[in-house]
Design a protein around this ligand. Structure first.
Ligand SMILES: C[S@@+](CC[C@H](N)C(=O)[O-])C[C@H]1O[C@@H](n2cnc3c(N)ncnc32)[C@H](O)[C@@H]1O
Length: 270
């Protein structure tokens, strides 16, 4: 199986996404979505941003490489009675099923950054956006001191080396690389804007339990623990990961976790 798909089908990202719903709602609230707008959410997971976009009356398609998350998203849409929201499987680097110039807004929050072939991803996002439409990406930032960049950095250090030619997803958090990818897709540089925003991981249990959820359900962390167990380094990895979870927790309550994480928000006017 495609290793990118296998990575995300391995665990159950819905268990992590549950801690990201409030920030997803908040972000969608800043996008100026109007009823009837055609929205594509790429690498949508089970709909943390697709659901609030549909609740605003947009006609939303969620596309994700992981079949378990597509199924989970369609279940949520059904349960919420959102007939204007559907999910289908697809790869952000090849959206062959989608017609050109279709969407008013293409969102990808920590989604398309994980697809291989970043230049193809930028080209596909631009292709399916209508002229006058927008692309909004949320990308984790390499070496940022906040939670997810640290999880991914620590996990990578314990994981087997990636295959030859692998481009790190974190390069989507570097402005110059983002500009290079979208200009190669035909967008002038002055139509690409950047901002730093925050997502907060809110979990109804102590930080160690949120870390346990990452260990059990988040593909990149699961792979790191598997490799660390083979090398007899699992305890070392757990200790190293525990540090940012504890140090960055802002909740005053012992039975709750609230960890803010910084990301690069990219807005492209097509
Ligand atoms: C960190 S999760 C974020 C999910 C969702 N956007 C959210 O905010 O909850 C990354 C998502 O990207 C999806 N993904 C990874 N590679 C992809 C690809 N090539 N094409 C489409 N989706 C992909 C994964 O399956 C996963 O759902």
């Amino acid at each position: 199986m495609n290793p990118n798909q296998a990575l995300w089908e391995k665990g159950d990202f819905t268990r992590i996404a549950a801690s990201m719903r409030a920030s997803g709602e908040e972000l969608v609230g800043t996008l100026g979505i109007t009823p009837g707008a055609k929205v594509l959410d790429l690498g949508c997971g089970d709909g943390t941003t697709a659901v609030p976009a549909a609740k605003r009356g947009a006609d939303v398609l969620g596309v994700d490489i992981a079949r378990n998350l597509v199924d989970a998203g369609n279940r949520r849409a059904r349960e919420l009675g959102l007939a204007n929201l559907r999910f289908q499987q697809g790869d952000a680097s090849d959206l062959a099923d989608l017609a050109s110039r279709t969407f008013d807004l293409v969102i990808s929050i920590f989604g398309a950054m994980f697809a291989p072939k970043p230049f193809d991803v930028a080209k596909e996002m631009v292709r399916v956006t209508r002229t006058g439409g927008r692309i909004v990406m949320g990308n984790w930032i390499p070496n940022d001191p906040t939670l997810v960049a640290q999880i991914l950095k620590i996990s990578a250090a314990y994981s087997p080396p990636p295959p030859e030619g692998f481009v790190s997803p974190m390069t989507w958090g570097v402005e110059s690389q983002v500009v290079e990818r979208f200009t190669a897709a035909g967008v002038p540089g002055d139509r690409i804007a950047f901002a730093r925003n925050t997502y907060t991981f809110a979990y109804p249990a102590p930080p160690a339990e949120l870390l346990a959820a990452f260990r059990a359900y988040y593909g990149p962390t699961m792979n790191a623990f598997e490799a660390a167990e083979r090398d007899g380094r699992a305890a070392e990895l757990a200790k190293e990961l525990n540090e940012p979870f504890v140090a960055q927790n802002r909740s005053p309550r012992a039975d709750e976790t609230s960890i803010p994480a910084t990301f690069l928000r990219v807005t492209v006017s097509v």
